[in-house]
Design a protein around this ligand. Structure first.
Ligand SMILES: [Zn+2]
Length: 82
């Protein structure tokens, strides 16, 4: 069987999910940014990004403005996953 369905973990709720169903982000100097196309990536599940309370906590944890996080997530959701 080909391994074309890698499993990744959502860093907010730690649920394991198919990579295809996760939003890809990157941590740079412990800050969340959109994925740069190289380096280590990190993931968030759709359930989490639609959960406002969870995203508030997430924003605080990664020292990102809540509005900035929302913008990033909206963009990523719109563009689909890479
Ligand atoms: Zn999650």
């Amino acid at each position: 069987m080909k391994n074309n369905n890698p499993i990744r973990m959502c860093i907010a709720c730690r649920k394991r999910e198919s990579q295809k169903l996760l939003i890809r982000l990157q941590l740079v100097d412990k800050r969340i940014v959109t994925y740069q196309g190289f380096g280590r990536s990190t993931y968030l599940c759709l359930e989490c990004i639609r959960n406002d309370k969870r995203m508030n906590g997430f924003a605080k944890r990664f020292k990102i403005e809540r509005e900035e996080l929302s913008t990033i997530l909206k963009e990523l959701e719109k563009n689909g996953q890479s």
